[in-house]
Write a protein that binds this ligand. Sequence first.
Ligand code: KE4
Length: 430
Amino acid sequence: MTGRSDSLFARAREVIPGGVNSPVRAFRAVGGEPPFVVRGEGAYLWDADGTRFIDYFGSWGPMILGHAFPPVVEAIQQAAARSASFGASTQAEGDLAELVQAAYPSIEKMRFVSSGTEATMSAIRVARAFTNRKYIVKFEGCYHGHADGLLVKAGSGVATFGIPGSAGVPEEAAHLTLALPFNDVAAVETALAGQSIACIIVEPVVGNAGCIPPAPGYLEALRALTAKHGALLIFDEVMTGFRVAFGGAQELYGICPDLTTLGKILGGGLPCGAFGGRADIMDQLAPLGPVYQAGTLSGNPLAMAAGIATVGYLREHRAAVYAKLEKLSAAVADGVAAAGDRAGVPLTTNRVGAMFTWFFNSAPVTDFATAAQSDTGHFAAFHQAILNAGVWLPPSQFEAAFMSTAHTDEDIAQTIDAASQAFTSIAQGN
Ligand code: KE4
């Protein structure tokens, strides 16, 4: 770090805890100081020192069409000229809702909110009301935002209730959540047989432990077991929605959840989330039913405009977009993996469509426990070396990398070359 970024970071730390508005941005897991971004265009970010980076975190998922995609920029500009917010209903909310329904047939009714956190906490509240049950199940390594009941670590035994995963989370809140191993059907059977569970919330493809695909038959088992025990199945597709397929993981794996949460790509980079599903469940919400949920900026016209432009473009160009994302993602994932092999650096590469992770691990990564065996020191060294070569990966071994339609074959070649040099440096013990 030199120049303006480091002075901007120093200033930020004076007024913002850690100098960041979200912890992962502080680079604590990889060392060094984060570049401060001044501009993005296409697949690239530029920092305050004028350095250009190929961007593989894409604002943590939203920027699937690349930064400053002209149709999205124009839509936001036009909406802003009509005022940024009304706090009243607009046509755009129905327009985007219908676009979502066309992609997610399981979503009979939905409500927009301003973040993925709001979406998941609201979905859980409506699930609890609908089932008249209070206990929920999540999975270790899955992140669903920072609502109290979702910041929970696994208890001592597989089927024991959670313990707080953060200071400030009362044990009473954690106690209502079971945190189970991902990809372990027996653990789910034990939990559902032993307790009256309102819902299971799952990242159908885990992104928040790094990318971990569901084992064959796992999602089908969650669907069958929740139906058998009267629990609702919530697919948290905040990350996978429009990412692994236009219709998300539920399209890719052919599963119909009771509720779905969306975010990230849905808002095209603006603050936007949504939760939705069966109408008989969603009609529990005020003003129709007894479940309260609200938001000043829910359905915000700028976010709706950005979402309509983004989701509309993905729908209009669906075949070409997802074919390109698959080609570019396979090329970079496999190319970097091959470079690691050549350098003798053990890697496990997990990928589902345009989300992927290189685990510094010689064993298969199938859940958080195996992901946690990865060599985070080697990851940190890799991250720093490849960043210095102009390639910006998500700054944690336990995050997924993302491809956009703006990346080019040249970007992929540059990335593989930078990775090869970084692996050589690691293999030489530098
Ligand atoms: P937000 O409240 O950050 O919009 O969404 C929370 C959320 C919910 N569900 C899933 C599957 C998510 O991945 C997220 C947020 N993802 C992280 C990235 N791992 C956001 C980045 C950050 O926290 O800064």
